[in-house]
Design a protein around this ligand. Structure first.
Ligand SMILES: *Cc1c(COP(=O)(O)O)cnc(C)c1O
Length: 768
């Protein structure tokens, strides 16, 4: 356990040593750096011991192209158990611990998949499970989103310049990755993952690429200055940017290089650990499990085979080892998101890996009758399923689709391989850190340390008194959010309104456009003097659009234009407000989620693999307005269907109409639908480039690559309206009943702790 007074003394020492200042004269940045340095000093022994322990037993490695860790300082202080005492010690010197909120988010991930990886590391450390995270240290994280007029613009996100205080460079553990156009050096930077209420400190190992020969002295001497740093740039390019795309691939060769570097460096590191205590590779499968988070690290499979065969292991033996070491998680059913690399491209990155993939393809056809390479492209998901001992989806419904829709042939061959691991979120960050008020209430009614074990909420009686207290504290969280929106983003959201929130990456399948079109409908009704029984509601959106994704950007434009229209309309603006919160990221999520009354989870059935935003919102006492999709289903089952507002077509219905669906019919026959869809072109919203018009076309006519309204917005429009009006009316007419629904959601959140998910991975896949 960390001693707070020692930590405090170290903070003061670091400030003196590095900046020559005392605590009260330190700037927030100096303080942030000193807290990190002092914490690393205090955690040092536990961290070393945890790593030594991991290396001596069976362990699991989690390979992921993204880790969306969020801010580190306050979270780590919470997990170290020093938050309250340190706050008091600092306050005595006139320093408010909240100045540490100026820390920028390390932007090492895009969205849900990366955040899941971060939650898993937190849970594994808390449960004392030996899990190593392996990722890449991108210099430029995801872009910073700004709203210019009504449109998204992107600015570079240079998080590393001031706030990279928690990674430790481990030069001595560098490895060399052979690429077709020369070797690169991969240097690990270790980030501590502090377990809550335990001495275990896990490790997130992030690789940064460098040139093995930084700078050619010979060339420089020869006055060829530019050429002298060419190698340096070529190598450093590989980890320069995180692709702001979570569904398709751009900059293909560089992206593939990134994936290969992550795979190769991590596998080399795992082998090196193993080789320290073993002379043969026979027991490698007993010593390590490697979880592939989606297909981005799948080249780890041929890379392991390459390394083992080069060390003298027979090819077939190496394949057998791989099939006992790797496990694969699928995260999406969207066909455009399933990676398939052109073999020529693979060849140009590593001909050795290309050769092994060809051999694996032949082997797969021979043994299982199923190819991995089709039309000259290697299918990464098929490769992963073929070469893994476990394959899992991330919610019950999704895991069924993985078997029946994505990999039916593999499922027929290896039914025992397929599993479900419903996602979860860590209650350290998503409850204790972001909502101390609710944490305090639960402390009073639950007893025991539910921050360590969220199952302690099971069976707690939902009393009217606690429901009321939840309603009251949510007012506080709304005031805090409203103030933050004003101060940080310059936005006006009245805190006394009900808050309806949709926060997630902008994507057609997530149907932010359905929400916005439905808001246009509600707006027009209110303007016409209808819907007098609705409470005032603020509708908040947050989410980034991939820079090249025109439709997602058009939806942002529509939301902002509508928000502007509503705010300026004196007939309506006391009843309704719309607000697009720019630059949605972890720390914005931590502000938004505790203030939500309604959680919008409205993807068409069968498209959102799980969702984790839905779980964070539930845990903080929002009720779900949602479809029968992803983990929404399990949330409704856990909290009681009567405590959510479920709407929309179910997956069976959508499957049955998919081929014959005619949205124009709905458009022609439902005046509300027509009015809302027509607002894209006829409401006078600025649309110089015709992007809003194109949205309308995509709904009514489709495009060369898809049917009209491929995500069934029009189909679900009416039932969505009905569900949300019912929800807002309950809020207005029976707040007691509404507060009780919220409380029942909180008390049912135990299952959605990532601690539960990690326990299942440990028992059912990793065997640790
Ligand atoms: C949880 C989270 C997500 C995932 O949200 P979904 O609603 O599940 O898509 C994305 N981004 C951030 C910053 C998150 O915290």
């Amino acid at each position: 356990m960390i001693n707070t007074k020692n930590l405090y003394k170290d903070i003061c020492r670091v400030l003196k040593a590095r900046h020559g200042v005392s605590l009260k004269d330190a700037t927030p940045h100096m303080l942030a750096e000193a807290v990190a340095q002092a914490s690393l000093l205090q955690l040092g022994d536990d961290w070393t011991k945890s790593r030594q322990k991991l290396e001596k037993q069976r362990f699991a490695a989690y390979l992921s192209a993204e880790f969306l860790t969020g801010r580190a300082i306050l979270n780590n202080l919470l997990s170290m158990g020093v938050m309250e005492e340190l706050k008091e010690l600092l306050a005595k010197k006139g320093v408010d611990i909240n100045v540490l909120e100026e820390e920028k988010d390390p932007a090492l991930g895009n969205g849900g998949l990366g955040r899941l990886a971060a939650c898993f590391l937190d849970s594994a450390a808390t449960l004392d499970k030996p899990l190593m995270g392996y990722g890449l240290k991108y210099r430029y994280g995801l872009f910073e989103q700004r709203i210019n007029g009504f449109d998204q613009t992107e600015a570079p996100d240079e998080w590393f310049t001031q706030d990279d205080n928690w990674t430790v460079r481990r030069e001595e553990l560098s490895v060399t990755v052979p690429l077709e156009d020369g070797e690169v050096k991969a240097v690990p930077y270790d980030m501590p993952v502090v377990g809550y209420g335990t001495d275990t400190v896990g490790t997130l190992r992030l690789w940064q690429t460098e040139s093995p020969d930084e700078f050619s002295f010979a060339l420089f001497n020869d006055y060829r200055y530019d050429e002298a740093i060419l190698n340096k740039n070529r190598a450093e390019d590989i980890t320069r940017v995180l692709y702001p795309n979570d569904w398709n691939t751009e900059g293909k060769r560089l992206r593939l290089k990134q994936e290969y570097v992550l795979s190769s460096a991590s596998i080399q590191d795992i082998l090196r650990t193993y080789e320290r205590t073993h002379t043969s590779y026979r027991s490698l499968p007993e010593c390590a499990a490697v979880q592939l988070n989606d297909t981005h690290p799948v080249l780890a499979i041929p890379e392991l085979i390459r390394l083992l065969t080069e060390k003298g292991v027979r090819f077939e033996t190496a394949c057998g080892y791989a099939q006992r070491i790797f496990a694969f998680t699928n995260h999406t059913v969207m066909p455009e998101a399933l990676e398939a690399w052109d073999m020529k491209l693979v060849e140009s990155v590593s001909s050795r890996i290309a050769a092994i993939l060809r051999r694996l393809d032949r082997r797969s056809k021979r043994l299982y009758g199923l190819p991995l390479i089709r039309d000259g492209r290697v299918h990464m998901a098929d490769t992963a399923v073929c070469m893994s001992y476990a394959v899992n989806g991330v919610a019950k419904i999704h895991s069924e689709l993985v078997k029946t829709q994505l990999f039916p042939d593999w499922y027929a061959r290896f039914p025992e391989r397929f599993q479900n691991k419903t996602n979860g979120v860590t209650q350290r960050r998503w409850l204790a850190l972001c909502n101390p008020e609710l944490t305090k209430l639960l402390d009073d009614i639950a007893g025991g340390d539910f921050v360590k074990d969220l199952d302690l909420l099971d069976g707690v009686k939902p009393t009217a008194k606690a429901a009321k207290a939840l309603g009251e504290l949510k007012k506080t969280k709304k005031q805090q959010l409203s103030r933050w929106l004003k101060e940080e983003k310059g936005l006006d959201v009245p805190p006394e309104f009900a808050f309806d929130i949709q926060i997630k990456r902008l994507h057609e399948y997530k149907r932010q456009l359905l929400n916005a079109l439905s808001l246009y409908d509600i707006y027009m009704d209110i303007k016409e003097g209808k819907l007098k029984d609705l409470p005032p509601v603020a509708f908040l959106f947050g989410g980034k659009a991939a820079p090249g994704y025109a439709r997602a950007k058009a939806v942002i434009r529509y939301i902002n234009a509508l928000a502007d229209r509503v705010a300026a309309d004196k007939d309506v603006n006391r009843r309704m407000r719309i607000c697009f919160v720019p630059n949605y990221n972890c720390s914005a999520a931590e502000k938004l989620i505790p203030a939500a009354d309604f959680s919008e989870q409205i993807s068409p059935a069968g498209t959102e693999a799980s969702g984790t935003g839905n779980m964070k919102l539930m845990m903080n006492g929002a009720v779900t307005i949602g479809t029968w999709d992803g983990a929404n289903i399990e949330i409704a089952q856990a909290a009681g269907e009567e405590n959510e507002f479920i709407f929309g077509a179910r997956i069976e219905e959508l499957d049955s109409i998919r081929e014959t669906y005619d949205p124009k019919q709905i458009y022609e026959s439902d005046e509300r639908v027509k009015r809302a869809v027509d607002s894209l072109t006829d409401a006078g919203f600025p649309d110089e480039d015709g992007a809003l018009k194109e949205l309308k076309t995509s709904l009514l006519e489709g495009a060369s690559w898809h049917r009209p309204d491929q995500y069934f917005l029009l189909k679900d429009f009416a039932s969505y309206r009905e569900a949300r009006l019912k929800a807002y009316r309950l809020y207005a007419q029976d707040k007691k009943a509404f507060d009780m629904m919220c409380l029942k959601n909180v008390l049912a959140a135990g299952f959605f702790s990532s601690d539960r998910t990690i326990r299942q991975y440990c028992q059912e896949i990793w065997k640790i």
